[in-house]
Design a protein around this ligand. Structure first.
Ligand SMILES: [Zn+2]
Ligand SMILES: [Zn+2]
Length: 168
């Protein structure tokens, strides 16, 4: 991700982004409460770094961004916060990039597990409920007496806005 892509184009857009971030932090707080986990200040800081970008971000980039803002941490502290955020289900990990992104769907429980559609160009990730695919993987694994550990499935490609940009 380059800086230019994450910088808002106008004050209005900056305001919208800020409001969206507050919303998503509020939801993260309730997710922690539901699971009886503590949404500590550090976890909130780490979460905000992840949630404030459109795509995904690696642990070392999070460390660097926090350091730029005056919070110097040991990598292990960031990793622990990331673990807690994953446990609460408010962020997910993109295995292919070893990077993290904020969950923007909040009905996982109802619609089943999602697969991740990740854009190669802008890094945005869309979650699509796809319980059937996971059931099928499980069934296929059973048929060969194999124990699958797949938690999420990723599909990489190009999102609609990058595709339209390329056309114009
Ligand atoms: Zn999610
Ligand atoms: Zn894109």
């Amino acid at each position: 991700m380059t800086k230019a892509m994450t910088e808002p184009a106008s004050p209005k857009e900056a305001e919208d982004t800020q409001r969206m971030l507050e919303d998503i932090v509020e939801r993260a707080k309730s997710a922690f409460e539901e699971k009886n986990l503590r949404f500590t200040q550090l976890r909130e800081q780490v979460f905000c770094e992840i949630a404030s970008i459109r795509g995904s971000i690696g642990a070392y980039d999070i460390l660097e961004k926090l350091a730029e803002k005056g919070t110097r941490l040991a990598p292990i502290s960031v990793y622990r916060s990331i673990d807690a955020l994953m446990e609460a289900g408010v962020i997910h990990r993109l295995e292919s990039k070893n990077a993290f992104f904020a969950c923007r769907r909040h009905e996982h429980g109802k619609k089943g597990r999602p697969i991740f559609m990740s854009c190669e160009q802008c890094g945005s990730v869309v979650e699509v409920p796809a319980q059937g695919i996971f059931d099928e993987v499980k069934e296929l694994a059973d048929s060969v007496d194999f124990t699958p550990k797949v938690k999420f499935i990723e599909v990489s490609g190009v999102c609609a806005s990058c595709r339209d940009k390329a056309k114009s």
